[in-house]
Design a protein around this ligand. Sequence first.
Ligand SMILES: Cc1cc2nc3c(=O)[nH]c(=O)nc-3n(C[C@H](O)[C@H](O)[C@H](O)COP(=O)(O)O)c2cc1C
Length: 326
Amino acid sequence: MVELSVRLGALELRNPVMTASGTYGHGLEMCHFTPPELLGALVSKTVTLAPRPGNPTPRICETQLGLLNSIGLENKGIESYLEHTLPEVEKADTVIVTNAGGESIEEYREMARILDGQGAVDAIELNLSCPNIQGGALPFSTDPAKAAEVVAAAREATSKPLFAKLSPNVAHIARMARAVEEAGADAITAVNTLLGLSVDWRRRKPGLGTVHGGYSGPAIKPVALHCAWACARAVEIPVIGCGGISTAEDALEFLVAGCAAVQLGTACFADPALPGRLVAELHELLRREGIASVGDLIGTLRDGREENLEARSGNGEERPKGIPVR
Ligand SMILES: Cc1cc2nc3c(=O)[nH]c(=O)nc-3n(C[C@H](O)[C@H](O)[C@H](O)COP(=O)(O)O)c2cc1C
């Protein structure tokens, strides 16, 4: 037996495999492909205070190596989520993470306040990073001070574990990571989609109704891995890796780079049964390698920091940065 459970701050996940917001419905739509009890956690698509119709179509566009989307956070709003979705999702035997979005600090605060009162919600993931509202112009995804304001406002409104989901579309993601950690985030999700554009040159038309959108899928894995690694080096809170993961090997790369867990997104569109299978593959891979616990791999990348870690372990500090310390 291989131990797959991991800690995400105050939360214990039965394994490090989570779904990524917006790519797996609210979770239960897919339960005939992957029973939720096989997963570490289910993450909802972004919920906002008011219903949102989303962006003009087309909102999904396949490219050679990845997917572009500009959904624009279409959702029925928090009232409908609480009345219709959460009571169903609550039945799932796994950790439930509700992803919350907003267009102002007040909206994020209010979402956190409302979700704080919901026993079925185990954690709140703040989507600070959607490129598909206001044309990606919201400062929460690129300005560390604004991101910190959002997290601080939500922190005041909830005692639930709070994850901050960051954008890769910044020059220094470590600064964003430190800002949200200082503002009270319990974990960081790295990352959301990259800004991208698709062009049909014959029709002289963009592939998406909004012209540009968010790029995801296997092609972004090296970018996402770099972002997650940079965050894990910069903060003490756990980092959840996301971006281009489609195999157990991919997931292990993120864990070695310092992530405590991973989220699967675009790959689930091609294969909705992937999350459950990936857990089984993770188990088998570690068993074959003779690794007793997935936790033993977290943050073990030999990137020059390991001497520090060895020196520190003599002082009773056994675990590297990037895995839960709270
Ligand atoms: C169609 C689609 C919809 C998405 N919707 C959301 C969303 O509602 N909220 C959010 O935080 N991220 C959303 N994302 C971003 C994913 O959660 C994930 O961060 C990103 O796609 C990178 O991971 P991947 O390459 O595994 O897909 C969406 C991605 C896609 C492809």
